[in-house]
Every structure is written in structure tokens, then in C-alpha cells.
Design a protein around this ligand. Structure first.
Ligand SMILES: NC(=O)c1ccc[n+]([C@@H]2O[C@H](COP(=O)([O-])OP(=O)(O)OC[C@H]3O[C@@H](n4cnc5c(N)ncnc54)[C@H](OP(=O)(O)O)[C@@H]3O)[C@@H](O)[C@H]2O)c1
Length: 270
């Protein structure tokens, strides 16, 4: 029997955000952390009131084993725990968040067909507003998927999608926060140029993004329709919209998502 429910191998940006989200639904004594840089795991464990172990212990004792290392480090990390996993006689599920890496590649790296859930989270899980896409192989039982989703219920939205769509989706929601932060920063920079104090400019930009995102999700209107509602004839907003079009705004954003998609595919081949 696994004596911990959730184990994390690699608690950098994404692994730590997920561990924090999980700690809101289970107690610290059901969570174990491991990282190459043990001090990083130690600092997080102090906040979550949980224990720090090495990778092998997490592989031996956790039911859900989150692999939070960079895609380039995944093979080496799996090599280090393969024997431990092979010795287990109880149920365990590997949870990979590695961008671009398919479930079949993980199976190949391990040389065994273990239950695997592949997720594509984003860093807003830290504040309970994440978007987590997931898919799994046939070895995972339905009740385990429910248990997994329940553990992440305070992370944000979870959505099951076919594996062949996860890389495209990840270019939007996994990489997207970076694009959104750049947009927020640009809004704030321009407002500062127009005379607004920096702190207020950032707050107004962020609240505008939050409110606009909620409008899209709650009204179910197409974003173009919502944009039209802000643009009065001969008004100031349509002037700004025109300036954005002149700057190639849409093409720039589309290029960003497509470049991230392409790079995600490359990472999966490493
Ligand atoms: N960041 C995001 O927004 C995001 C979004 C979606 C998916 N992901 C995925 O999440 C995974 C982690 O990304 P990240 O941005 O969180 O990277 P990160 O901040 O670099 O975190 C990775 C952590 O794993 C540690 N590590 C490396 N090798 C290890 C090993 N063999 N055993 C234990 N720990 C090890 C690293 O330590 P050192 O720093 O000492 O090497 C680091 O603390 C990646 O697969 C990425 O594709 C990230």
C-alpha cells in the first residue's frame, strides 16, 4: 500500500505550484516532495507542512507520482527510479507534465506499461485559476482519475482531452500566461507613459484582463462580439483597435502560439 497520496519529483515553478494546489485539498502528511536541489523542497515543505525525501522514496511510496522536471531531464529522472517502480506490487500512477512528451515515449523510456496520466497545467494553479488539460492511458482506472481530479480541485479547471490535441492546447494555456503577462506589462507601460502611477497602471491592467476573461467565459459571447460592444462609433477604443491592427497584433499573437507549438513538438523528440 502506498503510504502517501501525492509525491512530487522536481518542485520548480510548475511542480511547486501543483504541490501547493494539492495541499489545499489533502493534509501535508499525504504529500511528499523531492528535488535535485533539496533545499528548494525543504523551503516548500515548511510551508506545506509535509516531508522531503529523495526521488527513490517518492517512487516507492506515493500513489500519484508527479514528474516535475524539464522534458530534457525526464529520461535521466525515470532511469533513476525505474528499478524502484518495477519492484512495487501496489497501485501507483505516474503523472507527467513534460511539455511535448507523449505517454508512449514515457512507456518506452521505462520499458514498462504503467498507469500514466499526462497533464498540461499552467502556473495560475498557484492561485486556484489554472487550466489543467489531462489525458491518460488505458491502465488508469476511473476511480483513480476521480481521485486525481479531486486532489487538484483547488488548482482551477481540469479538462480531459485526447492526447493528439494536448500540444496545441498547451501552446495556449501552458505557455499563454507568459504572453498575457507581456500584454499586461505593455498596457501598464503605456498607461505610465500617459501619466498613471506604475502601481495603479498594473492593477488596472490586471483587473481588466481578469474582467474581460470572465466576460468571455460567463457570457459565452464570441470575443469579437465583446470587442464590438466596447467600440463606440468614432470613439477612442476603435482608434486603439486600429492601432493594434496596424502593429500586426493578431499576427504577432498567432505567431507566438504557433512558435510555442513548434518548440513543444521539438522538446518531445529530445
Ligand atoms: N513552467 C510552466 O509554466 C510550465 C507549464 C506547463 C508545463 N510545464 C512542465 O513542467 C515541468 C517543469 O517545468 P518548470 O518550469 O517547473 O521547471 P523548473 O522550474 O526548472 O523545475 C524543475 C525542477 O526539477 C529539478 N530537477 C531537475 N532534475 C531533477 C531530478 N533528476 N530529480 C529531481 N529534481 C530534479 C530542478 O532542479 P535544478 O533547478 O537544480 O535543475 C528544478 O527544481 C516541465 O516538464 C515543463 O514542460 C511547465
Amino acid at each position: 500500500m502506498s503510504d502517501y497520496k501525492f509525491g512530487f519529483i522536481g518542485v520548480g515553478n510548475m511542480g511547486s505550484a501543483l504541490a501547493i494546489a494539492v495541499s489545499k485539498s489533502v493534509s501535508g502528511n499525504e504529500i511528499m516532495l523531492a528535488d535535485k536541489f533539496a533545499n528548494k523542497a525543504q523551503v516548500l515543505s515548511n510551508n506545506l507542512n509535509c516531508d522531503v525525501y529523495d526521488n527513490t522514496a517518492v517512487a516507492a511510496r506515493a500513489k500519484f507520482i508527479f514528474l516535475g522536471v524539464k522534458p530534457q531531464m525526464l529520461k535521466e529522472t525515470l532511469d533513476g527510479i525505474a528499478d524502484t517502480l518495477a519492484r512495487r506490487t501496489d497501485r501507483f500512477i505516474l503523472v507527467s507534465m513534460a511539455a511535448g512528451v507523449q505517454i508512449s515515449s514515457i512507456k518506452e523510456m521505462l520499458g514498462a506499461n504503467y498507469p500514466i496520466i499526462r497533464i498540461m497545467p499552467n502556473t495560475p494553479v498557484l492561485v486556484g485559476e489554472g487550466m489543467i488539460l489531462y489525458t491518460c492511458n488505458d491502465e488508469v482506472f476511473m476511480d483513480e482519475i476521480s481521485e486525481f481530479c479531486d486532489g487538484l480541485k483547488f488548482a482551477g479547471k481540469l479538462d480531459k482531452i485526447p492526447e493528439n490535441l494536448i500540444d496545441a492546447a498547451s501552446a495556449v494555456s501552458g505557455c499563454g500566461p507568459a504572453f498575457v503577462y507581456m500584454f499586461a506589462e505593455s498596457l501598464a507601460d503605456a498607461a505610465v507613459e500617459c501619466g498613471l502611477p506604475r502601481a495603479k497602471a498594473i492593477e488596472y491592467a490586471a483587473q481588466t484582463l481578469l474582467g474581460s476573461a470572465k466576460m468571455i467565459l460567463k457570457t459565452s459571447k464570441h470575443p469579437a462580439e465583446l470587442k464590438d460592444e466596447v467600440c463606440s462609433p468614432a470613439g477612442s477604443t476603435i482608434e486603439g483597435v486600429h492601432a493594434l491592427e496596424n502593429s500586426g497584433f493578431r499576427a504577432g499573437v498567432m505567431n507566438a502560439v504557433k512558435s510555442s507549438y513548434k518548440r513543444t513538438k521539438e522538446l518531445g523528440k529530445n
